[in-house]
Design a protein around this ligand. Structure first.
Ligand code: MEV
Length: 321
């Protein structure tokens, strides 16, 4: 396995920072309640340029800056000593797609703001990025922001893999571990129905607080643990089965919709398995296509109306350019 990347070094304005989006393979929603999760950093990134400016702007507009809860939260916690921050943002990640656009924005911004404060190690950057995202969203786990900070494949709240760091919120702790990348290609497809992560997380939390909630959470846990073990064993067929089982649980907690079901049906034709990825109620699916079928699966999903990408895990987490 590659050595873990260094922390973020000290830098002065102007500076450029970037971070990857993420794809959750197993365990979304359950991870908010301490369940195991497996996810990887996507080779689709958000790039930011930070400059000193008279007013705080995003792509030249103060209204865009004022409407961005993540920027507000980041500046509330880590404001640089300048009158305003002129931010240029370019991203390949569709917003509200479940592919980590907010985590990538937050991780790149936290890296840039931390560089202005003398630099930061990666464990502290993961904690900062999570606090900004959760502060803005009100709910959630540190999976997305940890992937955007660390790059590569990660597993949370499991014994698999090698320990990277722990992220905390009050009395809650999530353990984050490094898992080897089996080197497969994946396809992600955005349904073009944006979702609201906070709303989806609150709705699933209510479901998990019903009397059968602990048993349901236990099933999420078992599926994710089996899926993580299968990925480490590089067993594609078993990973495919765990994807299908995890999808059944996501159906049960009510985050599927017809659009996503149609895309899952299209992907299933030439994949070991497929499921919703991210919060659901809109957003995206992930599929593990048969080797050689990646482009066909992507094209079929595009013909079905999705914005689809063949993706590979990116070893590069948040960094300065
Ligand atoms: C969202 O990308 C994943 C969820 O599990 C929420 C979270 O972990 O913050 C639904």
């Amino acid at each position: 396995m590659n050595p873990e990347p260094e922390g973020i070094a000290a830098a002065a304005l102007p500076l450029s920072a970037s971070a990857p989006g993420k794809c959750i393979v197993f365990g979304e929603h359950a991870v908010v309640h301490g369940g195991p999760e497996l996810l990887f950093a996507l080779d689709l990134r958000t790039h930011l340029v930070l400059r000193a400016s008279a007013a705080t702007t995003v792509n030249g507009r103060t209204e865009t800056a004022e409407a961005n809860p993540y920027l507000k939260e980041a500046l509330r916690r880590f404001a640089p000593p300048v009158p305003g921050l002129g931010l240029t943002a370019i991203s390949r990640l569709p917003r509200g797609s479940g592919l980590g656009s907010s985590a990538a924005f937050v991780a790149a911004l936290a890296a840039g703001l931390s560089a202005l404060r003398g630099g930061v190690d990666r464990a502290s950057l993961a904690q900062r990025a999570f606090e900004i995202e959760r502060g803005a969203q009100g709910v959630g786990s540190p999976g997305d922001t940890s992937a955007a900070v660390a790059g590569g494949f990660l597993a949370l709240n499991t014994v698999h893999g090698t320990p990277l760091w722990e992220v905390t919120a009050g009395a809650e702790t999530w353990t984050v571990r490094r898992v080897p990348d089996p080197g497969w290609n994946w396809v992600v497809a955005y349904s073009k129905v944006p979702h609201d992560t906070g709303r989806a997380v609150r709705s699933v939390s209510e479901r998990l607080h019903r009397p059968d909630g602990p048993a349901l959470l236990g099933r999420f846990r078992d599926v994710a643990e089996a899926g993580i073990a299968a990925l480490i064993a590089e067993d594609r067929a078993a990973v495919g089965r765990s994807l299908a089982e995890n999808e059944r649980l996501l159906e049960e907690v009510g985050v599927a919709n017809d659009r996503l079901r149609t895309l899952l049906g299209v992907a299933a034709e030439e994949s070991a398995g497929a499921k919703i990825t991210g919060a659901g109620m809109g957003g995206s699916i992930v599929a593990l296509p048969e080797p050689g079928a990646e482009s066909r699966v992507r094209q079929r999903l595009e013909r079905a109306g999705a914005e689809a990408f063949v993706v590979r895990p990116s070893a590069d987490g948040a960094r300065l350019l």
